[in-house]
Design a protein around this ligand. Sequence first.
Ligand code: FES
Length: 228
Amino acid sequence: MIIRRIDKHQPKAFEFSRANLIWAKKQISKYPKDREQSAVIPLLYRAQEQEGWISKPAIEFIAKMLKMAPIRVYEVASFYFMFHLSPVGKKAHIQVCGTTPCMLRGSEKLIEICKQRISKNQKEPCSKSNLSWEEVECIGACSNSPVIQIGSDYYEDLSEESFSNLLDDLIEGHPEPGSQKKRFSSEPEGFFNSSKVKIEENKNASVKLFLETSLRKKNKHVNVRKVK
Ligand code: FES
Protein backbone atom coordinates (compact mmCIF):
# COMPACT_ATOMS: atom_id res chain seq x y z
CA MET A 1 0.00 0.00 0.00
CA ILE A 2 1.31 3.48 -0.90
CA ILE A 3 1.43 6.03 1.88
CA ARG A 4 -0.12 9.29 0.74
CA ARG A 5 0.80 12.43 2.62
CA ILE A 6 0.08 16.11 2.13
CA ASP A 7 2.85 18.12 0.50
CA LYS A 8 5.61 19.66 2.61
CA HIS A 9 5.10 23.02 0.91
CA GLN A 10 1.68 24.47 1.58
CA PRO A 11 0.01 27.73 0.54
CA LYS A 12 -0.96 30.14 3.32
CA ALA A 13 -4.69 30.05 2.61
CA PHE A 14 -7.43 28.64 0.43
CA GLU A 15 -10.87 29.85 -0.50
CA PHE A 16 -13.34 28.92 -3.21
CA SER A 17 -13.83 31.40 -6.01
CA ARG A 18 -17.19 33.18 -5.88
CA ALA A 19 -18.75 30.89 -8.49
CA ASN A 20 -17.37 27.76 -6.81
CA LEU A 21 -18.60 28.91 -3.41
CA ILE A 22 -22.13 29.28 -4.77
CA TRP A 23 -21.82 25.86 -6.39
CA ALA A 24 -20.48 24.30 -3.15
CA LYS A 25 -23.33 25.72 -1.08
CA LYS A 26 -25.81 24.34 -3.59
CA GLN A 27 -24.25 20.87 -3.28
CA ILE A 28 -24.43 21.01 0.50
CA SER A 29 -28.11 21.99 0.33
CA LYS A 30 -28.89 18.72 -1.48
CA TYR A 31 -28.24 16.73 1.69
CA PRO A 32 -30.50 16.50 4.76
CA LYS A 33 -29.69 18.61 7.80
CA ASP A 34 -26.81 17.10 9.79
CA ARG A 35 -25.77 15.03 6.77
CA GLU A 36 -23.95 17.84 4.97
CA GLN A 37 -20.67 15.96 5.33
CA SER A 38 -21.81 13.74 2.46
CA ALA A 39 -20.78 16.61 0.17
CA VAL A 40 -17.12 16.14 1.05
CA ILE A 41 -16.10 14.39 -2.19
CA PRO A 42 -17.73 16.87 -4.60
CA LEU A 43 -16.28 19.79 -2.63
CA LEU A 44 -12.80 18.28 -2.60
CA TYR A 45 -13.03 17.61 -6.32
CA ARG A 46 -14.11 21.18 -7.04
CA ALA A 47 -11.24 22.49 -4.90
CA GLN A 48 -8.88 20.34 -6.96
CA GLU A 49 -10.37 21.58 -10.22
CA GLN A 50 -9.82 25.13 -9.03
CA GLU A 51 -6.28 24.79 -7.66
CA GLY A 52 -4.96 21.68 -9.41
CA TRP A 53 -4.38 19.84 -6.12
CA ILE A 54 -5.64 19.52 -2.55
CA SER A 55 -3.71 21.59 -0.02
CA LYS A 56 -3.95 21.58 3.77
CA PRO A 57 -5.74 24.97 3.78
CA ALA A 58 -8.26 23.54 1.28
CA ILE A 59 -8.89 20.58 3.58
CA GLU A 60 -9.39 22.93 6.52
CA PHE A 61 -11.66 25.24 4.53
CA ILE A 62 -13.89 22.35 3.43
CA ALA A 63 -13.90 20.88 6.94
CA LYS A 64 -15.17 24.21 8.27
CA MET A 65 -17.86 24.44 5.60
CA LEU A 66 -19.07 20.92 6.38
CA LYS A 67 -18.62 21.17 10.14
CA MET A 68 -16.23 18.23 10.12
CA ALA A 69 -12.94 17.64 11.87
CA PRO A 70 -10.16 18.39 9.33
CA ILE A 71 -8.71 14.91 9.90
CA ARG A 72 -11.95 13.39 8.53
CA VAL A 73 -11.61 15.40 5.31
CA TYR A 74 -7.93 14.47 5.12
CA GLU A 75 -8.86 10.78 5.47
CA VAL A 76 -11.08 11.06 2.38
CA ALA A 77 -8.53 13.07 0.38
CA SER A 78 -5.71 10.68 1.19
CA PHE A 79 -7.78 7.54 0.52
CA TYR A 80 -8.84 8.28 -3.06
CA PHE A 81 -6.13 8.40 -5.71
CA MET A 82 -8.11 10.88 -7.78
CA PHE A 83 -7.10 13.55 -5.26
CA HIS A 84 -3.63 15.00 -5.69
CA LEU A 85 -1.98 15.89 -2.41
CA SER A 86 0.92 17.67 -4.12
CA PRO A 87 0.99 20.13 -7.02
CA VAL A 88 0.78 18.48 -10.46
CA GLY A 89 1.36 19.86 -13.95
CA LYS A 90 -0.58 23.11 -14.39
CA LYS A 91 -1.22 22.38 -18.05
CA ALA A 92 -2.30 18.79 -17.51
CA HIS A 93 -1.83 15.84 -15.23
CA ILE A 94 -1.85 12.66 -17.31
CA GLN A 95 -3.07 9.47 -15.68
CA VAL A 96 -1.89 6.48 -17.68
CA CYS A 97 -3.76 3.24 -17.07
CA GLY A 98 -1.26 0.44 -16.52
CA THR A 99 -3.63 -2.43 -15.68
CA THR A 100 -3.56 -5.67 -17.69
CA PRO A 101 -5.77 -4.86 -20.74
CA CYS A 102 -4.04 -1.51 -21.25
CA MET A 103 -0.65 -3.07 -20.54
CA LEU A 104 -1.27 -5.77 -23.18
CA ARG A 105 -2.23 -3.03 -25.65
CA GLY A 106 0.92 -0.96 -25.12
CA SER A 107 0.55 1.23 -22.01
CA GLU A 108 4.15 0.47 -21.02
CA LYS A 109 5.29 2.28 -24.15
CA LEU A 110 3.13 5.28 -23.23
CA ILE A 111 4.73 5.30 -19.79
CA GLU A 112 8.16 5.21 -21.42
CA ILE A 113 7.21 8.27 -23.50
CA CYS A 114 6.03 10.05 -20.32
CA LYS A 115 9.39 9.30 -18.70
CA GLN A 116 11.29 10.64 -21.68
CA ARG A 117 9.17 13.69 -22.42
CA ILE A 118 7.77 14.74 -19.03
CA SER A 119 9.76 13.37 -16.11
CA LYS A 120 11.44 10.19 -14.96
CA ASN A 121 9.36 10.46 -11.81
CA GLN A 122 5.63 10.22 -11.46
CA LYS A 123 3.75 13.35 -10.30
CA GLU A 124 6.80 15.53 -10.88
CA PRO A 125 5.70 18.52 -12.99
CA CYS A 126 7.92 19.28 -15.97
CA SER A 127 8.98 22.93 -15.73
CA LYS A 128 9.08 23.32 -19.51
CA SER A 129 5.82 21.72 -20.59
CA ASN A 130 3.90 22.09 -17.33
CA LEU A 131 2.77 18.48 -17.67
CA SER A 132 2.98 15.69 -15.11
CA TRP A 133 2.02 12.04 -15.21
CA GLU A 134 1.28 9.00 -13.07
CA GLU A 135 0.38 5.38 -13.61
CA VAL A 136 -3.08 4.45 -12.34
CA GLU A 137 -5.19 1.31 -12.04
CA CYS A 138 -8.01 0.45 -14.46
CA ILE A 139 -10.13 3.51 -15.26
CA GLY A 140 -12.98 1.47 -16.70
CA ALA A 141 -12.44 1.93 -20.44
CA CYS A 142 -10.60 -1.36 -21.12
CA SER A 143 -12.32 -1.93 -24.47
CA ASN A 144 -10.63 1.23 -25.75
CA SER A 145 -7.20 0.47 -24.34
CA PRO A 146 -4.65 1.84 -23.98
CA VAL A 147 -6.28 4.78 -22.28
CA ILE A 148 -5.19 7.91 -20.45
CA GLN A 149 -7.28 10.27 -18.36
CA ILE A 150 -6.81 14.02 -18.01
CA GLY A 151 -9.24 15.61 -15.57
CA SER A 152 -12.64 14.25 -16.59
CA ASP A 153 -11.62 13.44 -20.17
CA TYR A 154 -10.51 10.08 -21.57
CA TYR A 155 -8.15 9.73 -24.54
CA GLU A 156 -8.56 6.24 -25.94
CA ASP A 157 -7.17 3.80 -28.53
CA LEU A 158 -3.74 5.35 -28.25
CA SER A 159 -0.58 4.34 -30.07
CA GLU A 160 2.96 5.60 -29.44
CA GLU A 161 2.55 8.01 -32.33
CA SER A 162 -0.89 9.34 -31.41
CA PHE A 163 0.18 9.72 -27.78
CA SER A 164 3.26 11.73 -28.77
CA ASN A 165 1.10 13.94 -30.97
CA LEU A 166 -1.34 14.31 -28.11
CA LEU A 167 1.43 15.57 -25.83
CA ASP A 168 2.35 18.18 -28.46
CA ASP A 169 -1.29 19.24 -28.73
CA LEU A 170 -1.67 19.39 -24.95
CA ILE A 171 1.18 21.83 -24.67
CA GLU A 172 -0.59 24.04 -27.22
CA GLY A 173 -4.18 23.66 -26.08
CA HIS A 174 -6.79 21.14 -25.01
CA PRO A 175 -7.17 18.44 -27.70
CA GLU A 176 -10.44 16.66 -28.31
CA PRO A 177 -10.83 13.56 -26.14
CA GLY A 178 -12.31 10.19 -27.11
CA SER A 179 -11.01 7.51 -29.43
CA GLN A 180 -7.85 8.63 -31.18
CA LYS A 181 -8.70 6.10 -33.91
CA LYS A 182 -12.02 7.87 -34.45
CA ARG A 183 -14.18 5.06 -33.15
CA PHE A 184 -17.58 6.31 -31.93
CA SER A 185 -17.32 4.31 -28.70
CA SER A 186 -16.14 0.70 -28.39
CA GLU A 187 -17.63 -0.79 -31.57
CA PRO A 188 -15.35 -2.85 -33.87
CA GLU A 189 -13.22 -0.58 -36.05
CA GLY A 190 -15.04 0.41 -39.25
CA PHE A 191 -18.28 -1.09 -37.96
CA PHE A 192 -20.48 1.88 -38.84
CA ASN A 193 -19.06 2.04 -42.36
CA SER A 194 -19.59 -1.63 -43.13
CA SER A 195 -22.90 -2.31 -41.35
CA LYS A 196 -26.40 -1.03 -41.84
CA VAL A 197 -26.49 0.34 -38.34
CA LYS A 198 -26.58 4.11 -38.45
CA ILE A 199 -26.06 6.55 -35.61
CA GLU A 200 -27.52 10.00 -35.29
CA GLU A 201 -24.38 11.82 -34.24
CA ASN A 202 -20.72 11.42 -34.95
CA LYS A 203 -19.54 12.26 -31.45
CA ASN A 204 -20.36 10.23 -28.41
CA ALA A 205 -21.83 11.85 -25.29
CA SER A 206 -18.56 12.50 -23.46
CA VAL A 207 -16.83 14.02 -26.51
CA LYS A 208 -19.92 16.11 -27.19
CA LEU A 209 -19.94 17.35 -23.62
CA PHE A 210 -16.28 18.33 -23.96
CA LEU A 211 -16.98 20.22 -27.20
CA GLU A 212 -20.04 21.93 -25.78
CA THR A 213 -18.20 22.98 -22.65
CA SER A 214 -15.12 24.25 -24.44
CA LEU A 215 -17.17 26.07 -27.05
CA ARG A 216 -19.50 27.51 -24.44
CA LYS A 217 -16.41 28.94 -22.79
CA LYS A 218 -15.67 30.72 -26.03
CA ASN A 219 -19.29 31.84 -26.16
CA LYS A 220 -19.97 30.03 -29.40
CA HIS A 221 -22.76 27.73 -30.43
CA VAL A 222 -21.78 24.09 -30.81
CA ASN A 223 -22.83 22.39 -33.98
CA VAL A 224 -22.35 18.64 -33.92
CA ARG A 225 -22.58 17.21 -37.39
CA LYS A 226 -25.25 14.61 -38.00
CA VAL A 227 -24.29 11.37 -39.73
CA LYS A 228 -26.83 9.39 -41.68
S1 FES B 1 -7.29 -1.78 -17.97
FE1 FES B 1 -7.00 0.23 -18.68
S2 FES B 1 -8.99 1.03 -18.64
FE2 FES B 1 -9.24 -0.94 -17.80
